[in-house]
Design a protein. Structure first.
Length: 195
């Protein structure tokens, strides 16, 4: 008790800093080793993936690979790294989610472009018929919509609920997306009627 601080009256001061135990943060398990990390946690560590290349295509309980997780969270550097190491951009998770669908849904246009350059299926659909284009429209991600259209996304595919990209844009009131879609339709019409 010799090192404890006292106030002016000689009374001991109590620390106002909470300990981990007081916060309820008791350590119940030892820190994870590389072997104990889940596949999506490994998606965040380059060392884990380079030490075992089979992890690049390993799917977790949802069917997500490290690439799908990285795309879903907009981790561009990790997406680049995983693709460089051979991750498959065409992998489909249990509910038919893909890296491209999740990147489009998040508005990560740089990842969308990268996945398309690496051969991702532009018109892949998920459990409810949602395509990358439909998810980009839903999220009002103009740059993703423009990129997907420029790379040949099919505007006629409807979700299971019956929405085409244009119908969805109208229903959600995404005026700028409607304009992008209309301009694309006009461009396609003009190119078909040019002899």
């Amino acid at each position: 008790m010799e090192n404890m601080d006292t106030d002016e009256d000689g009374l001991y001061k109590h620390s106002t800093t909470l300990t981990n135990k007081q916060r309820g943060n008791e350590i119940t398990v030892l820190p994870a080793t590389l072997d104990a990390l889940s596949i999506h946690q490994l998606g965040g560590t380059r060392r884990g993936l380079t030490s075992d290349s089979s992890l690049l295509s390993k799917q977790d309980e949802r069917g997500f690979t490290p690439l799908i997780w990285a795309a879903a969270f907009g981790e561009k550097a990790m997406v680049d790294f995983l693709l460089e190491k051979g991750a498959d951009p065409k992998t489909i998770a249990r509910e038919r989610e893909s890296a491209l669908t999740l990147a489009s849904s998040g508005g990560y246009v740089d990842i969308v472009e990268t996945l398309l350059r690496h051969g991702a299926d532009i018109d892949t659909y998920d459990w409810n018929g949602g395509t990358p284009l439909l998810y980009a429209v839903r999220g009002n991600h103009i740059k993703c919509v423009e990129t997907l259209l420029a790379k040949g996304a099919d505007m006629t595919i409807e979700s299971d609920s019956g929405y085409s990209p244009m119908a969805l844009a109208v229903a959600l009131g995404h005026k700028k997306i409607q304009k992008v879609l209309e301009d694309h339709i006009l461009k396609l019409y003009k190119s078909e009627n040019t002899f």
